[in-house]
Design a protein around this ligand. Structure first.
Ligand SMILES: O=C(O)CCC(=O)C(=O)O
Length: 283
């Protein structure tokens, strides 16, 4: 995995303003090849059965070795902690292969405008810290044929509604994002966005690491044996950040009742630093 060039606080300012920010080149060609291989392994395991699907949730349990590095990516997690505070839990980890559709079918359509899970309809134009964020990546360049990501910048702080008939049509304020393979778009849950139909004739690979606050219920099930093994290992290294990703937040009681007389961001930075310092090295 490679490093993004922009500083984290610049990403954060952009995120507050626009409702999203792009991290370029987070995953390299080997990471991408491994994730594609993982998708195909999962897909082959259900193909032709009653469980046939091209959308896989719970992928940290299904393929821990391949998926954990994406969930625990240090750059994205550092950013997630700026946005959510050190309360970052994995809500769900999805890996999908959108099938291709015909040009005629796709003409003039978008996949469906929406805000994301745990969002609320914005009631103020001030920035409101979200309960969840989405770290979205694609395993190929999002050309017009593969179906770019569409966003309505600033819609996380605007009372924008879209009526039912228009939810699958382009929007006058949309911005079309042609991400490269391995880029990560981190979106505020209030940002209105949509995918675009895939007409490439090939699979459109997508994966989403969705984080929420550690006191909310996760959508994925973190009780399976593989995730429980990750938790056990994280506990032995006193790695609170890793534990918290899978719903084990040992500081929650104190940190969720801090008195709230200091700025959130100031406390969050202190707590995040304390968590990093507490990790046992070389265990
Ligand atoms: O398919 C896409 O490009 C967007 C996916 C999406 O809307 C989402 O993850 O919420």
């Amino acid at each position: 995995m490679t490093q993004s060039k922009k500083k984290l606080d610049e990403h954060y300012e952009e995120f507050k303003e626009q409702g999203y920010t792009l991290f370029e080149g987070v995953y390299n060609p080997e990471d991408i090849a491994l994730l594609k291989k993982t998708y195909h392994r999962l897909h082959e395991s259900v193909s032709g059965t009653a469980f046939d699907t091209w959308w896989f949730a719970n992928t940290c349990e299904l393929a821990p070795t391949q998926m954990l590095p994406a969930v625990a990516n240090p750059l994205i997690l550092d950013f997630a902690e700026l946005v959510l505070g050190p309360f970052v839990q994995l809500d769900n980890l999805s890996l999908a292969g959108f099938p291709s559709t015909s040009q005629t079918e796709a003409q003039g359509k978008v996949n469906g405008w929406h805000r994301d899970r745990w969002a609320t309809y914005p009631m103020t134009e001030d920035y409101v810290s979200p309960l969840s964020i989405n770290a979205i990546s694609y395993l190929q360049e999002l050309t017009n044929e593969y179906g770019p990501l569409r966003v309505i910048p600033g819609s996380h702080r605007q009372k924008i509604d879209i009526n039912k008939e228009d939810r699958s049509r382009p929007h006058k304020e949309e911005q079309i994002l042609h991400l490269k393979a391995g880029d990560v778009a981190v979106t505020h849950n209030g940002l209105i966005h949509s995918g675009t139909p895939n007409t490439s004739g090939d699979t459109r690979y997508f994966f989403s690491v969705y984080y929420n606050k550690s006191w909310l219920k996760p959508t994925d099930n973190h009780n399976g044996p593989n995730v429980q093994r990750i938790i056990k290992e994280a506990r032995s290294r006193n790695d609170h950040r890793l534990l918290r990703l899978f719903g084990v937040d040992e500081q929650l009681d104190v940190r969720a009742n801090s008195g709230f007389l200091d700025a959130d961001e100031q406390l969050w930075a202190q707590w995040a630093a304390a968590d990093k310092a507490a990790v046992k090295i070389g265990n």
